[in-house]
Design a protein around this ligand. Structure first.
Ligand SMILES: [Mg+2]
Length: 191
């Protein structure tokens, strides 16, 4: 089976790492539970562009080293034994090198390819594609994802999704979506 796997907050604990970075820079005390939406500027009470700039600085900071999500390495190793795995990330093209480096470091040889969608909303260069287009192109049958918007767009293609539970995705899940609370849950669901 061909499985598309999201990167941020599914394989890489990126938001917790960003929150640590933000708290250090701004001397604040935000926690993951506070991040109940993708509109981070509303949570922290800053202009959107200022938060985008901080996210950019975070990716290029010498300390950029998000940890793998708990259970992700073991889970991916298991899935790779019998499935074809692709990373499909909305990250921007400018982060491509950093992204390939991180994936090679933590998940060497386990994925067929890393697809950088370069999400149009944030992209500053290059061509943007939707996750739906990429999933169609690779023939994904399952998507492992934490963002309900992407799950909904891929559901149009008949792709079954597993939603990894996060503070920002507590609303009702669409049909053909299973909510998982850990990588163990994901593996059980796909067994
Ligand atoms: Mg994600």
């Amino acid at each position: 089976m061909i499985i598309a796997v999201d990167l941020d907050d599914v394989l890489s604990a990126t938001t917790p790492a960003f929150i640590d970075y933000y708290n250090t820079i701004r001397k604040t005390d935000f926690r993951l539970e506070d991040f109940h939406t993708y509109y981070w500027h509303n949570i922290v009470g800053e202009a959107r562009d200022d938060v985008f700039r901080l996210v950019h600085d975070f990716y290029f900071s010498p300390d950029f080293a998000p940890k793998p999500v708990i259970g992700a390495i073991e889970g991916i190793k298991k899935l790779a034994q019998s499935h074809s795995l692709h990373i499909v990330t909305s990250r921007q093209e400018e982060f491509a090198d950093i992204t390939h480096k991180w994936v090679n470091n933590h998940f060497p040889t386990l994925f067929q390819k890393v697809h950088i969608a370069n999400h149009a909303h944030w992209a500053t260069q290059g061509t943007s594609r939707t996750k739906k287009e990429i999933c169609q192109e690779i023939g994904a049958e399952v998507l492992i994802e934490d963002n309900l918007d992407y799950i909904e767009e891929c559901a149009d293609l008949g792709i079954r999704s597993i939603l990894l539970d996060r503070p920002w995705n507590k609303s009702k899940t669409p049909k053909s979506t299973t909510r998982a609370y850990s990588w163990n849950d994901i593996i059980t669901n796909l067994a």
